[in-house]
Design a protein around this ligand. Sequence first.
Ligand code: KG4
Ligand code: ZN
Length: 332
Amino acid sequence: MRVLGIESSCDETSAAVVMNGIQVRSHVVASSVAFHAKYGGVIPEIASRMQLETIVPVTDAALKQAGCALSDVGLVAVTDGPGLLGSLVVGVSFAKSLCQVLGIPLVGVDHLQGHVYSALLTDRVPFPFIGLVVSGGHTNLYAVKGFDRMQLIGSTLDDACGEAFDKVAKIIGLGYPGGPAIERAASFGDPHAIPFRCSTTRRPLDFSFSGIKTAVLYYAQRHLVRVRGIRKRRLLIRNIAASFQEAAVETLVNKAFTAVHAKRCRCLAIGGGVAANKRLRSAMLARARQEGVRAVFPAQEYCMDNAAMVAGLGYHLYTQGLRSDATLAPRL
Ligand code: KG4
Ligand code: ZN
């Protein structure tokens, strides 16, 4: 079955054609990130206006790349939340109209559960497994017993991990989006130069990233403003980036494996924008090897928001009997 996926929960507009939940025939993403960069974060109104303009051409491009017509599509899967209201309205309304006109079924997909599925587009993982989603808006741990049975077992109490990367990048002058910029600067820095730590949480599977962000802010106010000379300043920025990244990665790895032990799982799937981070990938895979656990990451192109993961998970939800109808509405 050819599934058309539609994703428009944040600043991206994406469409994909995926066969039987696994073979990605096409996946097209239009990002409005360049328009948000000067504001240092996503402006919802700009995002939804761009999505309104791009959703039809992006869908056309995905169908063309897949070598198929709308009449070949058997199911439409659309992200129905969580996300920005205006952005979700664009994708959900478009998907509902398509299904009504074509007379084909529709299924609403949770964006975060889509991120869990993204690693499964390229790798098979047996149930049960632990899902870790590290994105710009969420940091969630799931106990996954089936495609329609993802139980939330931990989440962030304050900032999301990607949000902390973005805010730390802003503090040390690296621009937006911060994740890739921090990773780049960190590759030249010393991860043990500054003893940053993430705050502990009362429940071991929850996360907290706002304390470390504030620690970076205070450190930058104390040291970065005083440093003299471009080379010394650059080195300090690189060391702050590397030390922050190392602390965030250590927390993600430790919490993921706490969940693996608590739920007695042997597999772990990681997704979301921060899953693109190479230090996170290498630390998680090293720990997995040590513990004899299988850890899978999405291909780089499926870490960030994309419709392939939505089409993939949507297919499995559909085969398990899930259907949405014209009353499908965005969930914040
Ligand atoms: O999943 P995503 O594309 O969008 C949301 O659903 O939020 O994630 C975006 C987040 C941003 O905060 C971005 O800074 C972060 O993922 N990110 C990274 C990297 N690439 C993107 N964080 C750390 N290292 C990266 N290489
Ligand atoms: Zn996302």
